[in-house]
Design a protein around this ligand. Structure first.
Ligand code: ATP
Length: 237
């Protein structure tokens, strides 16, 4: 079992996540949907120990509470919605840091690591950004760079919080295709918060709509995408 959530209750004064149950037996893509403020990022925060919760979260069969540093173990990687860098750093030097698990603290990154970075940047079609100063990039360009860094972490389960939010329509589609390929070829489990429902039509996997009264994994089909879009187009009350 890759991931199990049992009777999860989490949130703030108001518990946004109430008695959530779902399980992912095999690597899969899961689109996490829902109206603004329904608790999607809150769900991810419970996974990365940023919020207390009751109930159980099991990653690869192990209780999350017994895994204080899932990132260092290559179990979990999290790409938050906002990630700010204000110091000057070249894109390639930021991306290579995704390989931190393979390095000891004082070890430098080598030529071979930068070759891996170059390959990934090419895949994401952002090779031309490699030598640029990261803080000077546009919002969408920065998002693609963070995605490259996250992919290099090579974690089994990835939490992506609206990774395509600032991308143009071409790059949105491209990123969804790359994620689909990544899940299938590398057997990753990707939970992806998104409002880009039309891009789900060509994806295989599941929808988890946290705006619904009793959210469950629903297999992605043209019908479930339409039903969830119509559900979300209606008022969230
Ligand atoms: N630290 C906090 N203290 C109290 N309330 C909070 C805190 N952080 C977030 N919230 C509230 O919890 C609710 C859910 O926030 P969350 O970020 O999980 O929403 P979301 O579903 O990811 O929304 P969006 O689609 O807008 O990103 C919001 O109403 C937010 O204001």
């Amino acid at each position: 079992m890759v991931l199990e959530v049992k009777d999860l209750v989490a949130g703030y004064e108001r518990k946004l996540i109430r008695n959530l149950f779902f399980s992912v037996p095999e690597p899969a893509f899961i689109a996490v949907l829902g109206h603004n403020g329904c608790g999607k990022s809150t769900l991810f925060k419970t996974f990365v120990h940023q919020l207390p919760y009751s109930g159980q979260i099991l990653l690869q069969g192990k209780d999350l509470k017994q895994i204080p540093n899932a990132a260092a173990q290559g179990i979990l990687a999290h790409l938050p919605q906002k990630n700010v860098v204000t110091f000057p750093v070249k894109v390639k030097d930021l991306v290579v840091m995704g390989m931190f698990r393979k390095k000891s603290f004082f070890q430098n990154y080598e030529q071979q690591d930068y070759e891996t970075v170059a390959f990934l940047l090419q895949k994401l079609q952002i090779s031309h950004l490699a030598e640029r100063n990261f803080p000077d990039l546009s919002g969408g360009e920065q998002q693609l760079v963070w995605l490259a860094q996250l992919m290099l972490q090579d974690a089994a389960i990835c939490l992506l919080d609206e990774p395509t939010q600032q991308l143009d329509v071409y790059h949105k589609k491209k990123v969804f295709r790359i994620l689909a390929e990544w899940v299938q070829e590398k057997q990753k489990t990707v939970l992806c918060i998104t409002h880009d429902l039309h891009n789900l039509n060509f994806m295989q996997g599941y929808i988890l709509n946290l705006s619904k009264p009793n959210p469950q994994l629903e297999r992605i089909t043209p019908e479930t995408v339409t039903e969830n879009r119509e559900f979300l187009e209606s008022a969230p009350f």
